[in-house]
Design a protein around this ligand. Structure first.
Ligand code: ADP
Ligand code: MG
Length: 343
């Protein structure tokens, strides 16, 4: 005689699964800003505007003039694991875009009042998609500008525990702006506008990296940094490190981009710090903005959903290369302070 055991396991409904998965991608308003900006860049936008209200807690809106999406793609874009950026395992091993996990929009949409407006340049009408609290998707057609606008209202309105966990407006805004700076720094060819509660706080015209450095940090930033430029066939390092006599900077003023993506890398930080070892006081960190370019096949950016961490295949080689280039850059700089005597 067969006894039917009660079945305990069930597959979660999709909107609940998305809500849970959202925890990994969306921690705070800053993560939404980052994901939306990266999507706009991946879509080839040349002009991007960010609008935040109430430190992103009430509204985050990103408006771009990128490729836009067809109606079919717009509907797919908010499904989990829906991406146009990779399709095979080989693609995953050599990521060239910011996105590839196909999770951001599904996650953001699951924890906010979400609206997507999008139009491809040659389509007559654009598509508007809204998602109801029940998960129901509402679709409309309208006359829209080419590009994509995503509006994220009342983030975590349906996840009170997360909503309560958000920090003060000034803290959340600080995180958003830090992310905005990193992304705009690595894309000086794109023009960015940033509106905070209706104030235009950043108005960055498309320009060179030198100019973007000034727009982001200070007009005289180029006077206190040394240029790094070491291109080789397999690996290249470029950007800026602080002049040794301007070392007094805090942690957090180190910007490292791997194939134009901001990442936290202890290996790289260490390689730079030790290049300054005899001139660096304890507790001081050198300011730097460095861009490392290597074959995407040689790094794994898929270690963490936020993609802030990476794994290099040839960790030691990269360490030595970065360390050597920074040492060389520093040693080319005349350390003796220039003194002008009074007569
Ligand atoms: P991923 O970026 O990992 O592919 P997302 O959930 O962030 O996943 O986006 C899903 C898909 O929606 C993208 O692959 C892309 O095709 C499309 N998409 C998202 N944002 C935009 C945008 N601003 N412009 C054009 N297409 C977009
Ligand atoms: Mg994305």
């Amino acid at each position: 005689r067969k006894i039917k055991l009660p079945q305990k396991i069930k597959i979660l409904p999709e909107n609940l699964a998305n809500k849970i998965a959202a925890g990994e991608v969306v921690n705070r308003p800053e993560s939404v800003v980052k994901e939306l900006l990266e999507n706009s860049i991946d879509a080839g936008a040349k002009n991007i505007q960010v609008v935040v209200k109430n430190a992103g807690k009430s509204l985050i809106q990103v408006i771009d003039d990128g490729s836009g999406m067809s109606e079919e793609d717009a509907i797919l874009s908010i499904q989990r694991h829906a991406t146009s950026k990779i399709s095979t395992l080989e693609d995953l091993e050599a990521i060239k875009t910011f996105g590839f996990r196909g999770e951001a929009l599904a996650s953001i949409a699951a924890v906010s009042q979400f609206e997507l407006r999008t139009k491809q340049i040659n389509d007559e009408l654009g598509t508007i998609i809204k998602i109801e609290e029940t998960g129901e998707i509402i679709k409309e057609k309208d006359n829209l500008q080419a590009g994509t606008t995503i509006s994220v209202k009342n983030l975590f309105y349906n996840v009170p525990a997360r909503r309560n966990f958000l920090k003060s407006n000034s803290t959340e805004l600080k995180h958003i702006i830090e992310s905005f700076k990193k992304i705009s720094l690595s894309h000086p060819e794109i023009s960015f506008k940033f509106y905070n509660d209706d104030d235009l706080t950043f108005d960055l015209k498309a320009c060179s990296l030198d100019e973007r450095m000034k727009q982001i940090f200070a007009d005289n930033i180029l006077d206190v940094v040394l240029k790094v430029n070491e291109p080789t066939e397999y690996i290249s390092l470029s950007g800026y490190v602080t002049k040794p006599n301007y070392l007094k900077r805090s942690k957090g003023e180190q910007y490292f981009f791997l194939n134009n993506r901001f990442v936290n890398s202890r290996i790289i930080n260490h390689a730079v710090y030790t290049a300054f070892e005899n001139i660096l006081d304890k507790g001081d960190y050198p300011f730097f903005v460095l861009f490392l370019t290597i074959d995407p096949k040689k790094v794994d950016v898929n270690v963490h959903p936020s993609k802030l961490e990476v794994k290099f295949d040839d960790e030691r080689e990269i360490y030595s290369f970065v360390n050597a280039v920074i040492r060389k850059t520093i040693s080319s700089y005349d350390l003796v302070p220039t003194v002008s005597f009074k007569d």
